[in-house]
Design a protein around this ligand. Sequence first.
Ligand code: ZN
Length: 243
Amino acid sequence: MPELPEVQILVNQLGPRLERARIQAVEIRDPKIKLRHDIVGRKILRVWRRGKNIIFDLSGGLHLLVHLRMTGWFEFTEPKRYRVAIRTGKGTAYFEDGRRFGVMQVVTPAELQRALAALGPDPIADGCDLSRLRQTSRPVKVALLDQHLVAGVGNIYASESLWRARVNPRRRADRLRPEEVRALERGIVTSLRKVIRYGPRIFDVQQFAVYERAGKPCRRCGTAIRRTVQAQRSTYCCPQCQR
Ligand SMILES: [Zn+2]
């Protein structure tokens, strides 16, 4: 599932291809997606991201709000199957989404504001601020997945960041010491920024510290990485570094 860095990489590709282009046609191939027709003829002013949401600002004060969920992605050459094609004067963006959980909708500025107000701080756009973790007694790994507390971190980068911060994923979020919270803030920013730098090559070159490395040696101390399950999701950690 795309998390903040993958979404940022996609936004970095969408911007130069679509910004300042006029929408000439919108072709919807999946009836689950409904878009108002009057976005045709509008200009795409800016493509940006907040948490895992992609926002296209359109001329005339509307926004196209996209959440990729499990398998959504935009391609710029025509794939075999796609849900929506947005055709513009500068080229076409195809919304591809094998499992069809992705969401695409046209919203007003007020609706956009409501949708984004529910999100916690975005570690890249706003600077990393985990003060909201103090509001929950859940295990810190589970809390990091809650988009109301921090926006954009998902299952992969929660494990990766906790390893960087040397914090055990089962620790209660509200019991973390201030220096551990700061280490975790640094861990999140480092993990996310490192991945964003990969750019579109990400899926070929990315190497995880702990994610999906159960049984393999910790890159810091050599201890076998352990996989556990928290809230029905896999967690990976080093039992030595993250006591
Ligand atoms: Zn270790």
